[in-house]
Design a protein around this ligand. Sequence first.
Ligand code: NAP
Length: 295
Amino acid sequence: MANARLIDGKALAAELRQAIAKAAADIKARHGFQPGLAAVLVGEDPASEVYVKSKGKASLEAGLKSFEHRLPAAASEAELLKLVARLNADPEVDGILVQMPLPKQIDPRHVIGSLDPSKDVDGFHPANVGGLWSGGQALVPCTPYGCLLLLRRTLGNLAGSNAVVLGRSNVVGKPMAALLLAENCTVTIAHSKSRGLPALARQADILVAALGKPEMVKGSWIKPGAAVIDVGINRVAVPGAKDRLVGDVAFAEASQVAGAISPVPGGVGPMTIACLLRNTLLAACRRRGLPEPAL
Ligand code: NAP
């Protein structure tokens, strides 16, 4: 196989953000409000600061309201739960995002469980997880939903494909598997205790790598012509230069075998933020009983 087709997340995310901005303007004109996204940051983790800033900027660019709430690193769980309760009750807030990871004195499960599920734009609340797996209405986690949109755009109908998801986190692997199952794929989920990972991966028409292991997936793991979605974001030190960002897939060799592959950066990353804005808009419409824009 020659070089694989590039799955361009930057381009699709820009398209989606434009559609979201148009839908938000439409909602404002017809119904007189702007959907609002509240981001909560506890502590001063530099990566989290960057994420929260870029989410706020993207919200404003799409015509959504953006609220930022900060608590000190030493904040107690009770303080954070109080803030969440306030945001749950605030009619201007349609989506709440609590940036992870949280300081160790705070149990993320308590925080996720305290969110109003209708405002849980990360899709982590048990009610949304249940909705996703049972085929009900749910807010779906942004990163795997972004991967699904990339796959649909690349392949069209996914039904009947063998899909292998490497990784089983609640944030990526598990919801990705649920989404692919709902598309009628035959789904395998692999993890750190799985035996024979390369052979499992080689069965995949669709391979999603969400391991957090720099360039672990080699070209030899890939079925010729497969669609490969690389979720990984790993910083690798380069002596005497800036860190390099790499995915979980060894891109150069994998792209010699795959039919299509998403790059890092410029693949899944931009889709995640676009899907967060999409969820905020959907949450705003659902909470008010308005028709949902087709996004
Ligand atoms: P995570 O919570 O650390 O989960 C990693 C998963 O990979 C686990 O299920 C783990 O298995 C499995 N795994 C780790 N090492 C393995 C090995 N050697 N063999 C087989 N399986 C192995 O990570 P995550 O939150 O899902 O994120 C995964 C990657 O995606 C990270 O690089 C993260 O930065 C990136 N990410 C990107 C975005 C984006 O917007 N692009 C969003 C979220 C995450 P066990 O369950 O058995 O431990």
